[in-house]
Design a protein around this ligand. Structure first.
Ligand code: V47
Ligand code: SF4
Length: 420
């Protein structure tokens, strides 16, 4: 065995007897030794190596100047330090009580205005319970409830719904609604955010999904999501929820009319709140899809931009445990690639129960994947699939799992070819 230094990278190689070369140092060290790297990018890489936080200016600089390979190296370093190869998914289903909405967010392909409400659906409590009961014989661990905002879906409706779900299936985790709905229903019921969130907890709400965040900065929020809760109100409701000892997620809708500064401003607000409460579990960047909405003229971001955005989210949000790529939104292949850019979670089996993205033009017109499909998808890019529950407790480690039908003799599909 021998170690040598190369001129350009001063990297240590170890030659082993069969002439295989093994790199002794991490990819990050390799990058730090690169003499062609600009000083600001080197400073950021050093910070990542030492576990130091990067500034807002450095965040914007990463968007503007950092090459994709550099971002992948940094983000993957953080991802693997936290999670190794582990890649999480869960078994869940969605319930969307209505697609009619009082608001008129310009990016939304899903909602129907009140005056066109006959084109949409408005489920009653019994109808929602029927949907929940359809999953009685399935090993799902979570129901994700989110939809439009309408007056009949008020505090009494949702507390009744949560109670009925818990009475029917106590172990099913209820992840429901966002500050957009909570702000509206609490105001209408004249209860404070504190009182309202307590009522929800008592009724059986387990956690809050990350939706409704969009872009916090009012310059953008007023343009695309005018009238619904402000960025400050969104953050305050999550803060109160965390103070009750509960967990939630956060999203960012990117790739429309916002600038890089607005994205970093958004992540900075989340990072600050997370320092205070520690209640966020996962950050989910949501790529804007442009079909069938008022922003159809805005071009969608490229896959390169999406991967950069995942990587920078991983680097910037140093106090978030998980970065999630929501596969029904970005296609299965991009979700697979994202696992090399800081992502460690690809959400759930979903079934075919969400319409938010199919209506916005996602490649996934039937967003359903079996557990076996998800495990295969993760293994294809050499990561270890872990089924988790909503709070990231391990349900099943699929690392060495063999599915029953994998062992069955399938006969020769093709004959081996021997080269002459
Ligand atoms: O808030 C709506 C987004 C969100 C479009 O917490 C769109 O685990 C892109 O938050 N293009 C709701 N995005 C979904 C959501 C979510 C999804 C998966 C997991 C979790 C979680 C949360 O969907 C909305 C909005 O930002 N959205 N329309 C569109 N055209
Ligand atoms: Fe309504 Fe939500 Fe669509 Fe906005 S994004 S119009 S709040 S359903």
């Amino acid at each position: 065995m021998v170690s040598i230094k190369t001129e350009s990278f001063e990297t240590c190689y170890t030659f082993v007897s069969n002439n295989k070369i093994i790199m002794d140092q991490s990819a990050l060290q390799f990058l730090l030794n690169d003499k062609t790297l600009s000083p600001p990018l080197k400073t950021i890489a050093k910070k990542v190596q030492e576990g130091e936080r990067i500034t807002e200016e450095e965040g914007v600089l990463l968007f503007e100047k950092a090459p994709l390979g550099y971002l992948a190296t940094l983000a993957n370093h953080i991802r693997e330090a936290r999670h190794g190869n582990r890649t999480y998914f869960n078994r869940n289903f969605h319930v969307e009580p209505t697609n009619v909405c009082l608001y008129t967010c310009t990016f939304c392909s899903y909602s129907r205005l009140i005056k066109k409400r006959d084109e949409g659906w408005e489920y009653s409590l019994d109808e929602i319970m029927d949907i929940v009961k359809k999953y009685d014989d399935q090993a799902v661990t979570e129901v994700h409830i989110v939809g439009g905002v309408l007056p009949q879906y008020d505090v009494a409706f949702y507390t009744d719904l949560f109670r009925q779900i818990k009475a029917h299936r106590p172990e099913l985790h209820v992840k429901a609604l966002t500050p957009v709905e909570y702000h509206y229903i609490f105001k209408k019921a004249k209860v404070s955010y504190e009182e309202g969130m307590k009522l929800m907890k008592e009724a059986g709400l387990d956690s809050m999904p990350g939706g409704g965040a969009e872009i916090f900065h009012p310059e953008i929020r007023d343009e695309i999501a005018g009238g619904k809760c402000s960025g400050e109100q969104w953050l305050r409701i999550h803060e109160i929820w965390h103070e009750l000892g509960q967990r939630s997620n956060a999203t960012m809708l990117y790739g429309h009319i916002e600038s890089y500064y607005h994205r970093i401003h958004h992540m900075e607000a989340l990072r600050n709140l997370q320092d205070k409460t520690g209640g966020f579990q996962t950050f989910i960047p949501l790529k804007f899809r442009n079909k069938g909405n008022q922003m159809s003229h805005v071009e969608e971001s490229t896959i390169i931009e999406d991967l950069k955005n995942y990587a920078i989210s991983r680097i910037y949000l140093d106090n978030f445990d998980h970065i999630k790529a929501y596969w029904p939104m970005i296609s299965r292949e991009t979700a697979q690639m994202s696992l090399a850019y800081g992502v460690d979670d690809i959400d759930g089996t979903i079934d075919d129960t969400t319409k938010i993205y199919t209506m916005a033009g996602s490649e996934e017109q039937n967003p359903a994947m079996s557990t076996k499909d998800l495990v295969k998808l993760i293994r294809q890019v050499d990561r270890e699939p872990i089924e988790r529950d909503t709070l990231y407790n391990v349900v099943t480690d699929f690392k060495d799992h063999v599915f029953e039908d994998d062992n069955q003799y399938k006969g020769y599909l093709s004959l081996p070819v021997v080269n002459k």
